[in-house]
Design a protein around this ligand. Structure first.
Ligand SMILES: NC(=O)c1ccc[n+]([C@@H]2O[C@H](COP(=O)([O-])OP(=O)(O)OC[C@H]3O[C@@H](n4cnc5c(N)ncnc54)[C@H](OP(=O)(O)O)[C@@H]3O)[C@@H](O)[C@H]2O)c1
Length: 313
């Protein structure tokens, strides 16, 4: 196999770490893009030993910071001839967090990390992806966007830069779901704009996976207990890492773009009805996603906001 290059953000923990191991074991050149270099370097050594592949590199990246993304992308382009696979895996969610946290550019932290960061990275790396024979991007989404089956739910576009700071209680869980909904909407638009360049963009709807000790340690006591309890039955990250690998490398997905794929590797569709029994199926099943995500007005709003905040227009 030729040495394909895969870039995974947040590859020091959970699904990202399992994915780095999977790609390395399969002989890919893996670039782990992480923010904590001490912890991540130890993880890199672990992956090299377990995979017997020395082509596992580590680069510093804080996905919530536009400056860090810009520096990272310049360094990446200087070091590698092209990019074959880009996996936006890193995410911010601190269950139970009450404070409204802002990124270095004063953007709400979930949106900075989970939406605007991946957008800017994609914009800056698109020309490098274009040099690949089969470039693919995967966005890590979540079943939490299902809360958008709530008819009243909408992204609070007017509160993404701390406009309501101190006037409204922050709900980290809601912000996380909203930022991932925005990432799904970007997936559709990115797929459209990158299609002429041969770059495929899809999203994976991740349902539930065991959380790492490090991630649980950051939670407050209530969420810690809940997370440990859920971990008793949640599957290992390796299963979801296999999904990352399959979507980004298999012939089955070679020509698939602009889709949301569920944990069973099925391409899923927006709901056709959000009422009555259909809605029960939408919420408890895994075969549909809220049609809020396909509303062209919402998609344009988040796309335009991405361009203006990242100054990439
Ligand atoms: N586990 C689940 O049940 C589940 C369900 C639905 C969706 N997902 C999605 O799956 C993906 C992986 O989640 P996981 O469960 O594997 O979580 P995890 O173990 O907590 O991993 C998240 C990773 O993102 C990194 N990260 C967070 N903020 C960052 C930043 N600003 N810059 C760079 N890296 C940053 C973390 O680095 P640090 O170690 O430095 O914090 C960590 O490596 C996420 O996108 C998540 O939303 C997971």
């Amino acid at each position: 196999m030729e040495n394909k290059i895969v870039l995974i953000t947040g590859a020091n923990s959970g699904i990202g770490k399992a994915a780095a191991l999977k790609f390395a074991t399969e002989g890919y050149r893996v670039v782990m893009a992480c923010r904590n270099m001490v912890i991540s370097n130890a993880v890199r050594q672990e992956i090299i030993e377990a995979s017997k592949n020395v082509q596992v590199d580590l680069m510093e990246l804080d996905v919530s910071s536009f400056d860090s993304i810009r520096a990272f992308c310049s360094a990446f382009k200087a070091q590698y001839p092209r990019l074959d696979i880009l996996i936006h895996n890193a995410a911010y969610l601190n269950h139970g967090e009450k404070a409204f946290k802002l990124s270095p550019e004063n953007i709400e932290l979930s949106f900075a990390t989970n939406t605007f960061g991946p957008f800017l990275m994609t914009q800056l790396l698109a020309d490098h992806l274009e040099k690949s024979q089969d470039p693919r991007i995967l966005n890590a989404c979540t079943t939490n966007i299902k809360h958008f089956f709530d008819p009243k739910r909408k992204i609070d576009f007017d509160n993404l830069q701390g406009e309501l700071l101190g006037k409204q209680l922050n709900n980290a869980y809601t912000m996380y779901g909203d930022s991932k909904m925005a990432l799904l909407m970007l997936t559709f638009k990115m797929a459209e704009t990158l299609k002429p360049h041969g770059i495929k963009v899809n999203a994976l709807q991740i349902n539930r996976v065991k959380l790492s000790k490090e991630t649980i340690r950051k939670m407050n006591s209530f969420w810690k207990v809940l997370a440990w309890t859920q971990n008793l039955t949640n599957p290992l990250p390796s299963g979801m890492a296999d999904n990352y690998f399959h979507i980004c490398t298999s012939d089955e997905y070679k020509n698939v773009t602009g889709q949301l794929i569920n944990h069973k590797r099925q391409i899923i569709q927006p709901s056709t009805s959000e009422q009555g029994f259909s809605q029960v199926k939408n919420i408890f099943g895994s075969g549909s996603y809220p049609n809020y995500a396909t509303d062209p007005i919402n998609v344009k709003k988040i796309w335009d906001l991405c361009i203006s905040l990242t100054k990439t227009g």
